[in-house]
Design a protein around this ligand. Sequence first.
Ligand code: FAD
Length: 317
Amino acid sequence: MKVIEHIQKAKSTLFSIEILPPLKGKSIQSIFDGIDPLMEFKPSFVDVTYHREEYLYKKREGGYLEKVSIRKRPGTVGICAAIINKYHVDTVPHIICGGFSREETENALIDLQFLGIDNVLALRGDSIKSEPEFVPEPNGHHYAIDLVKQIHHMNNGKYMDNELADVAPTNFCIGVAGYPEKHFEAPNMISDMKYLKAKIDAGAEYIVTQMFFDNEQYFNYVKKCRDLGITVPIIPGLKIMTSRKQATALSKIFKIDIPQPLLEQIEKCESDEQAKEVGIEWCIEQSKELIKAKVPCLHYYTMGTSEVTRRVASEVF
Ligand code: FAD
């Protein structure tokens, strides 16, 4: 079932999670071990992130360095299919522009449709570490909106080869990302929101937000979206802080603010165990307030920490 249908049918706030594929070489069991403790909360859908290649320099005989391309976390599509098969829960594979030509995107979408997956989160993806800015593949997409348009075209039976006969339209529900504290590359919020609206106008049906630790950021963002005529559901994304160093690391990686009261509580902690308890309590309060505000769904970025997500969910759902 599509994410949008889950939301339309829901009588109260839904529960959903995002997981990462395991590092290459690990088994699918590590994914199941992370999901099992969360199944009692009946996730409506499970997002699975996509991780593109990275370039590393490996030392070879004679001392020279060889540049090698590796994907540390492959398996997004296989994990989605395995989750549907084992738990009968809907999955949302993330699909990115980076590293894909239009044709590779088209073929990847055909695979998803054949597997019975009818949800995708359409993203641009970040630049690879060795590049200062995002560089699309030759004949690839530059922005998420271009990916949304391609999926929307396929949903209307328009494939790249317009001479194909008797084409079966795909049937994807398309989600996109939104940034309550602005995407870091956008020159200002107005510009970022203009492009967000363009993604919705191009066919995206819901928005999932970047993580935030201050609900006011989310409430203000929703208001700005509504003022701009964006009417689709806006799903808040929540992360539970689990260590002292995350207070600075999350801010740096995701370009978000950590509220001062949370930072002060974390700074007082003498161990990561204490910091984790602070993080859990903070997320429980955030979740309760968001549910009170009747948000469509609470979407937890588990990042391999299902135990803390279980603690929060058991207080909230
Ligand atoms: P876009 O919507 O394309 O926006 C990127 C930037 O360009 C923004 O600053 C925007 O304002 C600007 N912009 C957009 N359109 C135009 C235009 N037409 N002209 C000029 N400027 C424009 N990354 C991964 O690699 N894998 C994942 O699985 C993944 N999952 C994510 C899940 C969520 C919920 C979120 C919030 C992010 C995720 N990311 C993931 C990270 C995401 O790929 C990065 O944040 C990326 O930098 C931007 O992606 P986007 O889809 O928001 O890009």
